[in-house]
Design a protein around this ligand. Structure first.
Ligand SMILES: [Fe+2]
Ligand SMILES: [Fe+2]
Length: 355
């Protein structure tokens, strides 16, 4: 009897958490995001002229050499390789990042659908989640087209995560807070990496430049939503659950981030890359450690602001090597970065697209 009551209480609480109508600021934020999705969105086949000659993938094109912002691209071993090998590695790696991105997005789409399934009538979260799913479907098509054009038969996510891919979206219904932290663990590293490449301002292959600029432009909304979703829910959690969550957040961040940034086993074998290089690049060298920490500055801020940064949680952030100062505001540029060229690259692409 007592058990049944507890269960009903949990379900009632879970349902109440999905009622957002009385929070005007939150509803306004969702309306702004949804209207933004209607006003400015991209289509992978009308906004990217795949068949124009400048988009052709041609052999020996040095624009595929990995940029200095890539942890492997700046490693002396990579830079000492002959140009054709640098190009081949660059094409494979960049195709695989796109493939991992679309695998991740596919999990996200399924999760958003599972979440939206339970949302009550009239909730503005339904509309926004659906807008985001549509955008992510377009991203997966855009990334797959890019992989196909590059022509490297890349596997994407590590095998283990591919097996789990069917289960992760199921969490979005019953434990959405955990799920949305997982969303940030995927979106933040991808967004951070793409912005860093665009900021570097080097001449990129037009496929890369266009795909990344479109992605960065739409991702800003998705990341905002995940942050605001969590800011609304986490502070109201019961103390015990919040402590439990605080200990798991850094682990989720680190595990998913590694899965996204680290190329799979077949990559190292295919290009005969020494183990010592692999270890240094992911993540023993001071630069790659710094990058790992920078990627999660906004998530650390979120955790500080929502009561998820207690001494034990801080220790786990440190053990996972993703500790550091929190951002002062979202997307605060890291001091070590070059002057930002990312907004210009995004604006360049945006200008060519009819409003
Ligand atoms: Fe995306
Ligand atoms: Fe996204």
């Amino acid at each position: 009897m007592a058990r049944t009551q507890a269960r009903t209480k949990t379900i009632r609480r879970w349902r109440r958490n999905m009622e957002v109508g009385d929070d005007k600021a939150y509803v306004d934020m969702l309306t702004t995001l949804s209207e933004g999705s209607v006003r400015r969105n991209f289509n992978p086949y009308t906004d990217i002229d795949w068949d124009s000659p400048e988009f052709a993938v041609i052999p020996d094109d040095p624009r595929w050499v990995l940029p200095g912002t890539d942890p492997l691209g700046r490693h002396p071993w990579y830079q000492a390789q002959p140009l054709d090998k640098q190009i081949a590695i660059g094409m494979w790696r960049q195709a695989n990042v796109a493939k991992v991105g679309l695998h991740f997005e596919s999990i996200l789409i399924r999760g958003l659908m599972n979440y939206a399934f339970w949302v009550p009538n009239g909730s503005p979260e339904y509309r926004y989640c659906l807008h985001e799913s549509v955008e992510e479907c377009n991203h997966t098509m855009m990334f797959q087209e890019m992989v196909n054009r590059i022509g490297a038969d890349v596997p994407g996510m590590p095998r283990m995560l591919k097996w789990l891919a069917a289960l992760i979206p199921l969490a979005a219904g019953p434990v959405p807070i955990m799920f949305f932290f997982g969303v940030l663990a995927g979106e933040e590293p991808i967004d951070h990496t793409q912005k860093a490449v665009l900021r570097e301002g080097r001449s990129l292959h037009p496929i890369m430049e266009r795909v990344m600029a479109i992605h960065v432009a739409e991702e800003a909304r998705h990341i905002s939503f995940a942050h605001e979703y969590l800011r609304k829910r986490v502070p109201g959690m019961r103390a015990r659950k919040r402590i439990w969550l605080s200990l798991h957040v850094p682990i989720i961040m680190r595990v998913l981030c590694s899965a996204i940034l680290k190329p799979p086993r077949s990559f190292w074998k295919e290009f005969d890359i020494p183990k010592s290089v692999k270890r240094e690049v992911f993540f023993r060298s001071p630069e790659s450690r710094q990058m790992l920490s920078d990627v999660f500055a906004d998530v650390r801020m979120l955790c500080h602001d929502t009561g998820l940064m207690n001494p034990a949680a801080k220790l786990i952030w440190r053990i996972c090597r993703i500790d550091g100062a929190p951002s002062r505001y979202r997307s605060e540029p890291q001091r070590a970065h070059l002057p930002s060229a990312a907004p210009e690259a995004v604006a360049r692409v945006a200008e060519t697209i009819p409003a």
